[in-house]
Write a protein that binds this ligand. Structure first.
Ligand code: MN3
Length: 256
């Protein structure tokens, strides 16, 4: 008898739990008017593991360059790729003749067979310049001195930018497009492969870089996929020509 009661209780409890499951549950639908804000990390928190080369920080937040460069790309580029180059550069120069050198001295003197130092020194310098010349500030213009040099060497600001776009589209594989001031003070558009740089001994055109454009796919693939030309077109909206002008003017100052 006891067994029958227990069995009945068991079935009754199953019945109740089934009934419970069949009750309609109210599901909260997302409100289409509420845009969920994604919180990105702070560039100022990105630090190298060691010295001497440090992260320079950014003059903007990761999402400030939207819609031209998306926040996720900026965050990955700065906090993963660039940090990786900086950390590996510090490792590469440890206990070497370069441990107290400036980055420019390293790039000038690096043995091109030393690919670990070559790639990471280049990666460090190139990304510092790239991130520095970008800005959410709209409508910046070249200074008078820089503007005159642009007209002297390219005919116009537009034709210089066309040259930069063409060089970016024409570059095969991964690399960089540069605006440099050569040893005669002339402005030139040039390219380098991988993380090479116009200060290195193998540069086709040697000179002081004043503008760097990263044409590695990691710089644009999330938003633009394989459309590099569209990425470059977008980039022209966020180049800070005031900073590039200062770099041009500094390049003319007599070297000590
Ligand atoms: Mn890059």
């Amino acid at each position: 008898m006891k067994k029958v009661v227990l069995t009945s209780l068991f079935f009754i409890s199953i019945l109740f739990s089934c009934k419970k499951d069949k009750e309609l549950q109210e599901v909260q639908l997302p409100d289409p008017n509420v845009v969920e804000e994604i919180i990105y990390s702070n560039p100022a928190d990105v630090k190298t593991k060691e010295k001497p080369f440090l992260m320079n920080g950014l003059a903007y937040q990761y999402n400030d360059l939207e819609p031209y460069i998306d926040a996720k790309t900026m965050e990955t580029h700065y906090s993963k790729h660039h940090l990786g180059y900086a950390n590996k550069l510090n490792t590469a120069i440890k206990d070497t003749e370069f441990k107290t050198s400036t980055i420019e001295e390293i790039l000038n003197k690096v043995d091109l067979n030393n690919s670990f130092l070559r790639n990471n020194a280049g990666g460090y310098y190139n990304h510092n310049l790239f991130f520095e010349i970008l800005s959410p500030k709209k409508g910046t213009k070249p200074s008078n001195t820089f503007g005159e040099a642009i007209i002297r060497d390219f005919g116009s600001f537009t034709s210089m930018n066309t040259k930069i776009s063409e060089a970016s589209s024409a570059l095969f594989g991964s690399g960089w497009v540069w605006l440099i001031v050569d040893n005669d003070g002339k402005l030139k558009v040039t390219q380098t492969s991988n993380q090479d740089n116009p200060l290195m001994s193998n540069a086709i055109e040697k000179g002081t870089p004043i503008l760097a454009i990263d044409v590695w796919e990691h710089a644009y693939y999330l938003k633009y996929q394989n459309n590099r030309a569209e990425y470059i077109e977008g980039l022209f909206n966020i180049i800070n020509w005031e900073i590039v002008s200062k770099k041009y003017e500094n390049s003319l100052a007599p070297k000590l």
